[in-house]
Design a protein around this ligand. Structure first.
Ligand SMILES: NC(=O)c1ccc[n+]([C@@H]2O[C@H](COP(=O)([O-])OP(=O)(O)OC[C@H]3O[C@@H](n4cnc5c(N)ncnc54)[C@H](OP(=O)(O)O)[C@@H]3O)[C@@H](O)[C@H]2O)c1
Length: 238
């Protein structure tokens, strides 16, 4: 049977790779992003359905849910580093704006989208949210938002797994080839991020997409409430 998959933030990088992998498995895939031009071109290139939706906006998210209908897999990939607050703001005002922006983009996007869709999951469904290694180290407001995403996921799993819906976070290490760093990553920083992995390579969007497809597969039905680290050993767990 054809599965229906929604990938928020599917216009580039990790979300786009995930959307393409599910589409290759013949799923009916919806992607979202905030801008009509990038949503349209990415949807066409990937052979999926595009919906313009800012996942921090409750009205837009509610309309998205009506458009998608019944759902097998939700991937909350929308996120990223919120832009720095322009100069001129008072220090505490700027700090507040920075934290609110990162919490909105990296936590509330997933919370709102999942809440709007959680009654539409079929039994055997999956919610997969993209976290970050930044939650484990000096990640500032971005890392704190991703840490909160993992904490929220644990409660979500307790709520949805009795109805047959698994809920997991994929905590990604450094992934190259996306718009995440917006061209702002120096060669030196790239080398340092690769050096701290055990396998001495950057992650790829497909590394994360493969994990997402596994978490939505029959072989992963007893995995829920977890944070799965995909980072080449840059952060290890016991
Ligand atoms: N790349 C890395 O090294 C890395 C590492 C760890 C975790 N991550 C996480 O992986 C996820 C994907 O990032 P990426 O590296 O693939 O970066 P990316 O290429 O910049 O992709 C981010 C996607 O999110 C969308 N987006 C951002 N805010 C949104 C919002 N409010 N509503 C809807 N869509 C929104 C963007 O589309 P529009 O801008 O068009 O809206 C874009 O499709 C993010 O959650 C990021 O935090 C990335």
């Amino acid at each position: 049977m054809t599965r229906t998959v929604l990938v928020t933030g599917g216009t580039s990088g990790i979300g786009r790779a995930i959307a393409r992998m599910f589409a290759a498995e013949r799923a009916k895939v919806f992607i979202t992003g905030r801008h009509a031009d990038t949503v349209g071109s990415a949807a066409e290139e990937s052979g999926v359905h595009g919906v313009v939706c800012d996942a921090t906006d409750p009205d837009q998210v509610a309309s998205l849910a009506d458009r998608v209908g019944q759902l097998d897999v939700l991937v909350n990939a929308a996120g990223g580093l919120a832009p720095a607050v322009p100069g001129g703001a008072a220090p505490l005002e700027a700090l507040l704006a920075q934290w609110q922006a990162n919490l909105a983009q990296n936590l509330l996007t997933a919370v709102l989208t999942t809440a709007a869709l959680q009654d539409r999951f079929v039994r055997g469904g999956s919610v997969i949210s993209i976290g970050s290694i930044g939650a484990e180290r000096r990640g500032g407001s971005y890392g704190a938002a991703k840490a909160a995403l993992a904490a929220w996921n644990a409660g979500l799993s307790a709520e949805l797994a009795p109805g047959g819906v698994t809920c997991n976070v994929i905590s990604a290490g450094y992934v190259e080839g996306t718009n995440f760093f917006a061209g702002g990553l120096s060669d030196e920083r790239h080398r340092a991020l690769v050096e701290e992995t055990h396998d001495k390579r950057p992650g790829t969007a497909d590394d994360i997409a493969q994990t997402a497809c596994f978490l939505a597969s029959p072989g992963a039905r007893h995995i829920t409430g977890q944070t799965i680290h995909v980072n080449g050993g840059a952060f290890t767990t016991r």
